[in-house]
Ligand binder design. Structure first.
Ligand code: HEM
Length: 470
C-alpha cells in the first residue's frame, strides 16, 4: 500500500485579504486557498465587483449541480472568457441552446460509439510508444509534454481523422498552448470585477491565438461539411466529426450549422485533450513515487498487448488496478478544479443569502481533499477502493458517492467521461507495460490551478525500458 503524499501549495493559515487573494490567484487559484477551505461546508468571499460562494457540503453541491441545476446556470464570466476560442459551444451555453447542443452531441459520446474510435486511440498509443522507444534508457522525460502530445493526437485522430504529426494539426496545437497560458490570466480580473486590469497586449495575443485555432479547424472541417451536404462523405464517417455531421434534432430534423460545428470541435479539442493530459501526467508522477503500486500495475498489464489484442476496449475492463490508479489520480488532481455557476434569481444556501448574479463555485479539488469527507485525504492510495476490509471499503464507497466528482455531476456532467476513461486506461496500461518511471532527485512538481491543474515547473521523470519476454 502506498503512503505517498504528493506536494501541493501549503494553504495559508489565515484567510488572505481580497487583494492578496487576487494577486496570488493570478498565478494559480490554488494559491488563494487557506486551511479552512479544506474543512468548511461553505465559504463566502466578497470582492469589489462580485460575491462568490464556495460550496463543499455534499447536499448543497447536489442541490446546485443536480436538483436545481436550472437555478444555477454556468457562470457568464466563464462564457465571456472562453468565447473568443469556443464561440457558443456546449461547455458554456445555458437553457434551450445548451439542451439542443447536448441532445445533438450525446449519441457521439455514448460508450458504444466511443468504442468505435478505440482503433484510432491505439494508433496514437503506438505512436507514443515509438517515440519513447527511440529515447535512450534512463532519459529524463518531460512527462507532461509527452502526455499533452498523445492526448492531443488522440483527439485529432478520433474527431478529425488527422494525426498530430500533420502540419495543420501541429499549428492548432501550438496556438492552443499559447492560448492556454493567457486565458486564465484574463479570466481572473473579470472574476474580481477589475476587467480594466487585463493587459491589452495579453488580450490581443489571446484573441490572435483563438482566431488562428478557429481558422485552422474551420479549414479542416469545411471539406467534410460540404461533402456531407452533397451526400459524399463516405470513408471518413466513423470519426466523431462524421457522427456530429449526421446528428439531427428529433423535433426539427436540423443538424449543426457550419459555425456551430467549428464551436463544438474547438471546444472538444480544448476539453478533450487538456484534461486527459493533466490527469495522465499526474498519474505517472504518483506511480513514480509509489514503486510498489507501479510494479503491481506492470504485472497486471504485462499479459495484455492492448494494441494488437483482439477484444478491443472490453480488455480494459480486466484491469482493476489501472482503473483505481486513474480514479485516485482524479481524486487528488482533478483536472477541472472548480465548476463555476451563478445564482440566477437569488436564494438561500445553508444559512447564507446568495444574491442574484453571485458566483457559486463547486471545487472538486477541495471536496476531494476535504478533511471530513475522506480518510487520509492527501495520501495517494489506489487500494482504498478495494482494500478487502469491509468497513473501510464501505466508508470509501460513501466518500465516492458523496464527495467524488472529477467529471462534474447532474445534467452538465462531462460528456466525454467514457471517452476519457477508455483513453486513460489504454495509455497508462501501454506505457507501464513497457516502461518504468522514477523520480528525478530534487525535482518536485508544483501544482498550479489554471484552466486545468498542471505543474508550474513541469513533471520530469526518469524513464527506463523494461525487458518484455517474447
Ligand atoms: C480526465 C479527463 C476529463 C475530465 C476530468 C473532465 C472533466 C469535466 C468536468 C468536471 C466537466 C463539467 C464542468 C462543469 O460542470 O462546469 C466537463 C464537461 C465537459 N467535458 Fe469533460 N473531462 C474530461 C475529458 C473530456 C473529454 C475527453 C471530452 C471530449 C472528447 C470532454 C468533453 C466535455 C464537454 C463537451 C463538457 C461540457 C458538457 C456540458 O456542459 O454539457 N471531456 N468535463
Amino acid at each position: 500500500m502506498s503512503h505517498f503524499c504528493p506536494h501541493y501549495p501549503p494553504p495559508s493559515a489565515k484567510r488572505p485579504s481580497a487583494w492578496r487573494m487576487f494577486f496570488s490567484k493570478r498565478r494559480s487559484w490554488l494559491d488563494g486557498l487557506y486551511a479552512r477551505s479544506y474543512e468548511m461546508k461553505m465559504g463566502e468571499v466578497r470582492l469589489p465587483g462580485l460575491d462568490l460562494f464556495m460550496v463543499n457540503e455534499p447536499a448543497v453541491v447536489r442541490r446546485v449541480l443536480v436538483e436545481q441545476s436550472k437555478a444555477f446556470p454556468k457562470a457568464a464570466l466563464l462564457a465571456d472568457a472562453l468565447r473568443p476560442l469556443l464561440g457558443d459551444s456546449i461547455f458554456t451555453t445555458n437553457g434551450a441552446v445548451w439542451e439542443r447542443q447536448r441532445s445533438l452531441m450525446n449519441p457521439s459520446f455514448e460508450a458504444a460509439r466511443v468504442s468505435l474510435v478505440y482503433g484510432r486511440m491505439c494508433e496514437a498509443a503506438e505512436a507514443m510508444l515509438q517515440r519513447l522507444r527511440a529515447m535512450p534508457d534512463g532519459v529524463e522525460l518531460d512527462v507532461d509534454v509527452e502526455m499533452t502530445h498523445v492526448a492531443a493526437d488522440i483527439i485529432l485522430r478520433t474527431i478529425l481523422s488527422q494525426p498530430l504529426d500533420g502540419v495543420e494539426a501541429r499549428r492548432v496545437f501550438e496556438a492552443f498552448e499559447r492560448y492556454q497560458v493567457l486565458a486564465p490570466r484574463l479570466m481572473l480580473p473579470a472574476f474580481f470585477g477589475v476587467r480594466w486590469l487585463r493587459p491589452w497586449w495579453e488580450k490581443r495575443r489571446s484573441q490572435q491565438a483563438a482566431t488562428e485555432i478557429r481558422d485552422l479547424l474551420a479549414a479542416m472541417i469545411k471539406p467534410r461539411f460540404e461533402a456531407h451536404a452533397s451526400g459524399d462523405d463516405a470513408g471518413l464517417s466513423d470519426d466523431i466529426l462524421g457522427s456530429l455531421l449526421r446528428a439531427r434534432d428529433p423535433d426539427t430534423g436540423a443538424g449543426f450549422s457550419f459555425d456551430e460545428l467549428v464551436d463544438q470541435v474547438a471546444m472538444l479539442f480544448l476539453a478533450g485533450h487538456e484534461t486527459s493530459a493533466s490527469a495522465l501526467s499526474w498519474s505517472l508522477h504518483l506511480l513514480a513515487h509509489a514503486e510498489d503500486v507501479q510494479e503491481r500495475l506492470h504485472v497486471e498489464v504485462v499479459p495484455h498487448d492492448l494494441l494488437t489484442e483482439p477484444g478491443g476496449p472490453s480488455v480494459l475492463k480486466d484491469l482493476p488496478l489501472t482503473r483505481n490508479v486513474f480514479r485516485e489520480t482524479l481524486r487528488l488532481f482533478p483536472p477541472v478544479g472548480f465548476l463555476a455557476r451563478e445564482s440566477a434569481e437569488g436564494c438561500t444556501l445553508r444559512d447564507k443569502h446568495v444574491p442574484a448574479g453571485a458566483a457559486v463555485i463547486v471545487s472538486p479539488w477541495l471536496i476531494h481533499r476535504h478533511r471530513q469527507l475522506w480518510q487520509d485525504p492527501d495520501v495517494f492510495n489506489p487500494d482504498r477502493y478495494d482494500s478487502g476490509d469491509a468497513a473501510a471499503d464501505q466508508a470509501t464507497r460513501e466518500s465516492l458517492r458523496q464527495a467524488y466528482l472529477p467529471f462534474g455531476m447532474g445534467p452538465r456532467v462531462c460528456i466525454g467521461t467514457a471517452f476519457a476513461l477508455q483513453e486513460a486506461s489504454l495509455i497508462l496500461a501501454s506505457f507501464c507495460r513497457e516502461f518504468r518511471v522514477a523520480p528525478v532527485p530534487g525535482h518536485v512538481p508544483e501544482p498550479v490551478g489554471r484552466l486545468t491543474v498542471r505543474s508550474a515547473n513541469g513533471i520530469r521523470l526518469l524513464l527506463s525500458k523494461r525487458m518484455l519476454s517474447a
